[in-house]
Design a protein. Structure first.
Length: 299
């Protein structure tokens, strides 16, 4: 069962499951109100899934600063309802979270956040996502995994990567992009593959916290330059700027680099390098990441 199946990541998870022979139950925002415990319980009971993948989230980071209670309904309270519903039906739960649960200060630079690092959110969005993590792990300790990702982009549509790709095609256009925020671009198809891989592992190997982000690290400025380069355009049209020039309600993390030790512990390599994934996303020059799945027909 894929919660948030109409979104970027949820849609990718559902599509990959279907391609591998499964028939996932899909719910979107109009189908299921995560803040309604009775509706959540009924949806999980009626769907009867072995695994629930929760990709639904309030992602309006700045708006959450003034509407934290509403963001908490989706990001914090709702996942708790899902955990209880899964406990009642014996289902497992894979819950998607974010790098924003960490402080992300420049003082942390140079040390990737391990899966067991102490969270310290600095934004309302981060606080609500941390509340969801804790609710899931407390409500379903033996059958739930929290999967944190960051700088997510999809196959097409909106978002930073595709905005830069569009601007790259405007002759003579220059753009300014911040160069003091470090993180890991993560392509939705690669993250979806990892979620499915976790769902096929035994429950005792797929519980706790995992980080699903592209290997390596970069800045938004360097990411934009790489997009221009892959588009066959002059990367020098992307100019660096300091984030202090941006007026945003929520502070963006200066350091969002996550460690990947849990994958090795479960016998899997970390996700591929962000540059390889970006190349696949924009020009298709590299094969997408593959994960060996069991036969999912009839699931």
């Amino acid at each position: 069962m894929v919660i948030g199946a109409t979104g970027m990541l949820g849609g990718e998870v559902a599509a990959q499951l279907t391609a591998h022979g499964a028939d996932p139950v899909r719910t979107g925002r109009v189908d299921l109100d995560l803040a309604d415990p009775a509706a959540v319980a009924a949806a999980v009971a009626d769907g009867g899934p072995d695994v629930v993948v929760n990709c639904a989230a309030w992602t309006a980071v700045d708006l959450a600063e003034t509407e934290e209670a509403s963001a908490l309904d989706v990001n914090g309270t709702g996942p708790g309802h899902l955990a209880r519903a899964c406990a009642a039906t014996g289902s497992r739960l894979l819950h998607v979270s974010t790098d924003y649960v960490f402080g992300g200060t420049s003082a942390d630079a140079g040390r990737p956040y391990a899966e067991d690092a102490e969270p310290d959110p600095r934004t309302a969005y981060g606080r609500t996502k941390l509340a969801g993590e804790r609710a899931v792990l407390a409500g379903l300790p033996d059958a739930a995994a929290v999967v944190r990702t960051s700088w997510l982009y999809g196959r097409d549509g909106g978002g930073f990567v595709h905005t830069m790709a569009r601007l790259a095609q405007e002759p003579g256009r220059t753009v300014e992009v911040v160069d003091d925020q470090h993180g890991q671009p993560s392509w939705a198809p690669d993250v979806a593959a990892r979620l499915i891989a976790l769902g096929t592992l035994p429950a005792d190997r797929a519980r706790g916290v995992f980080h699903a982000t592209g290997a390596g690290r970069t800045t938004w400025h360097e990411l934009a330059r790489e997009v221009f380069r892959l588009a066959g355009q002059d990367a020098n049209r992307v100019r660096a700027m300091d984030s202090s020039r941006l007026e945003r309600a929520a502070v963006r993390p200066a350091w969002s680099v996550l460690g990947h030790d849990r994958w090795a512990a479960e016998g899997m390599d970390p996700m591929r390098h962000w540059r390889a994934a970006l190349t696949e996303a924009l020009v298709g020059a590299h094969p997408p990441e593959t994960v060996n799945f069991p036969d999912l027909k009839g699931c």
